[in-house]
Design a protein around this ligand. Sequence first.
Ligand code: MG
Length: 382
Amino acid sequence: MTNTLSILGSTGSIGRQTLDVAERLGLRVAALTAQRSAALLEAQCRQFRPALAVLAEEGAARDLAVRLADTPTRVAWGPEGLLEAATLPEADTVVTAVVGTVGLEPTLAAIGRGKRIALANKETLVCAGPLVMAAAARHGAEIVPVDSEHSAIFQCLQGCRDRREVRRLILTASGGPFFGMKRENLRTVTKEAALRHPNWKMGPKITVDCATMMNKGLEVLEAMALYELPLERVDVVVHRQSVVHSLVEFCDGAVLAQLGTPDMRLPIQLALTYPARRESPAPALDLLTCGPLTFDPPDLETFPCLELAREAARRGGTACAAMNGANEAAVGLFLEDRLGFYGIAEAVARAMDETPWTAEPTLEEILAADRAAREIVRAQAR
Ligand code: MG
């Protein structure tokens, strides 16, 4: 059970909901970090009075320090500030809610201090799964997933002592805003349409990832790392209602699922209170009114990103970091209207082929593959 937490990425969707949960549970907050939402970060600091607040840019951080001069909060900036927030001695839990590869090094630093990781940054395990899991085992750091699918699997696996009893994991995917559509309708799709998710309200990067189904690809890689299972034992089904959050099939044919209303405060809270459960403000699931639950196979012809992520898993090594870095850069370009919807998958495929590959990469080699893949994508768009 968490007493004091640091939140990396406190002004994003997961960060704000984590503070909501923390307030209800009466938890202390040691550090809050944001990319550039200084006004919201200031308001959060006034309410939760952390020891440390961090912004990405030095100028903005110095400005925030002046505005917070009447509070106990010290302000830092940049990657060093993020590392300090991840390793503050008074925090027993670090919530990693930053988007992208920027979450990798602070997560590893927090693991190095043996802290509980409430993991909401999927890129960490996608890029460096084996490295991160080995470090967690070495330092006795508990990783509790926040992502709704991985939290569901985490819950279904409680009491399972032998991983060989698991036949397969079944991740559910909402299918995003373009479910049922075909390539010819999606070629000229706009970012506004891609940003309209049917069930979850999230930040722009993950929402576009849902529209391309890359999000599910990243989650397949994340599940392989978290639960140490090969690609063949992690399946995906499209489940439009986002009520069944994921399932585990065991060797005797029993299938366990976790169900609930789509409210991220539930998995966030469990990551903080585990192994205990507490009352939650999330509305309870009403089976009589939630409507029929449907399951469909993913359409890999229309959504090639899911298969690209699987291909990265087959290649292994730095291919996952290259795939992920290329996707982050390509989604950024798509959001700037500089790349079309299918330009994302094309850019990722090209970067996966062109980025130099290493079989068992060090952290430096992973970060180098990430940078190289981004550069390949950006160079194409120039
Ligand atoms: Mg998810």
